[in-house]
Structures are given as C-alpha cells and as structure tokens.
Design a protein around this ligand. Structure first.
Ligand code: 0O2
Length: 210
C-alpha cells in the first residue's frame, strides 16, 4: 500500500478495530447476563483500494470528497442467529450515544433485485487521533446467518463471473434467497415456540414452589 493510501485508511482501520471490540463486548454482556445474544459473530473490513477506485469512477466521487461521499470505507458486519435479532441489534445501535446515525437502508424488508437482504446503518463516529478528535463514517451491515450464507456465496460467484449473471442464474439466485428467507422464518418460529414453552414452564415451577 503506498504511503498516501496508508495515511488515508489508517483512521478507518483503527475505527474497525474499536468497533469490533465494542460489538463483541455487547455479545459478551448478553452471555454474562445469561441472556440470548442477538449477535452471533462480527467481522470487519477496510474497503480495498481497487474497490474504492471503481466506486469513485462509478459514482463520480472526487478525491477531495472521498471520505465524506464514500460511506463504506470502514465496514462491519453483524451476523444474527434469528430474524428478530436483526431489529433488536438495530435498536441497540440506535440507543448508543457514541454514534450519530446518518442513514439506514432496510434491505431485509425491501430486498434488492438480486435477492440481497441485510440492514445497513451508516453513522458518524468520533475517533481520537494524535491531533485530536476526527469524525469518520462507518457502515454496519446487520444480517442473519442465512442472509450471510446467501450474500457470501453470491458475491463469490459474482467475483468469478463479474457483471450481470445470465437470466436463468439470476432467477435461481433470487429463488435461493427466498429459500434462505423461509429458513430464517421457520427457525425464528421454532425459537419463539421454544422460548414461550420455557417461560410457561418457569411460571409453573414458580407457582409450584409457592
Ligand atoms: P466491498 O467490500 O465494498 O467491495 P455501492 O457500494 O455503490 O454498490 P451503495 O448504495 O453505496 O452501493 O451501497 P449498498 O448497495 O447499500 O451496499 C453495498 C454493499 O452491500 C456491497 O459492498 C455489499 O457488501 C452489499 N451488497 C449490496 N448488494 C449486494 C448484492 O446484490 N449481493 C451481495 N452479495 N452483496 C451486496 P461491495 O461494494 O460489494 O463490497
């Protein structure tokens, strides 16, 4: 990486590290409390230089406007076990006072044409640097394990065959996304039923003890 890129991307690398600690801390806090954690695991990435250059061209973003107009230089992903956990994580992020949310995109309820589903949140984060505070943009994508399975494989297929998929492949990928969503709904339903049964059993046990 040349020196200019290294200097430009350093704050984003630092923010990614700090946010991984914060998000993993949230998961741990649920575990310590003995509660279900809506966070299964967290990953992060700094946008690759070829991907930055491609997006600058495609979106007509100038070098001067780069850090303001490219919102996903620092990206984190939160993978959730169940469908309801996605909105719970979004609520948790909205309640924090160390971020100022700039935009939200709900591709969970409004899936993209490709079949992609995920909830995207962009926020400003005040990063402490040697010269003082600097606000930088961070993007978090929140998705279920099933959505992540689909997006990861679709991305790797697209990487090998860049550009548009043939129409039949496009339709099969959309159908596969629908199957993944049905799996999410079924697993959430099972989770609800088991949680309700457990709560009823606890109530019955409490009454029995009195
Ligand atoms: P990377 O890691 O950045 O190279 P744009 O970024 O211009 O494409 P926009 O509006 O800024 O679009 O963002 P959008 O579409 O809300 O989110 C872009 C990111 O969402 C992508 O980043 C992917 O991580 C994910 N994404 C969006 N659509 C799809 C899709 O159809 N399939 C998959 N697998 N992922 C998708 P990059 O740029 O691909 O990744």
């Amino acid at each position: 990486m040349n020196e200019n890129w290294e200097q430009l991307l350093f704050p984003y690398q630092q923010a990614a590290k700090e946010w991984k600690v914060k998000l993993r801390g949230m998961r741990k806090e649920f575990q310590v409390r003995g509660e279900h954690s809506p966070i299964e695991f967290v990953t992060s990435r700094i946008k690759s230089i070829p991907s930055i250059e491609e997006k600058m061209q495609r979106r007509h973003i100038t070098a001067e406007r780069l850090t303001e107009d490219m919102e996903d230089l620092c990206g984190l992903r939160i993978m959730c076990p169940f469908l309801d956990d996605v909105s719970d994580v979004v609520q948790l992020l909205r309640r924090r006072n160390d971020v100022e949310i700039v935009s939200e995109r709900d591709y969970v309820n409004n899936e993209k044409e490709s079949g992609y589903r995920s909830y995207h949140i962009v926020f400003r984060y005040p990063l402490q640097l040697l010269d003082g505070e600097r606000e930088i943009l961070v993007e978090i994508q929140v998705r279920t394990l099933a959505m992540n399975f689909w997006a990861t494989l679709e991305h790797s297929l697209n990487y090998k065959h860049p550009g548009e998929f043939p129409e039949d492949v496009h339709q099969r990928l959309q159908a596969a996304s629908e199957t993944a969503f049905k799996l999410d709904e079924e697993m959430s339903q099972i989770h609800h039923e088991l949680s309700n049964a457990e709560a009823q059993q606890d109530q019955a046990d409490d009454k029995g003890e009195k």
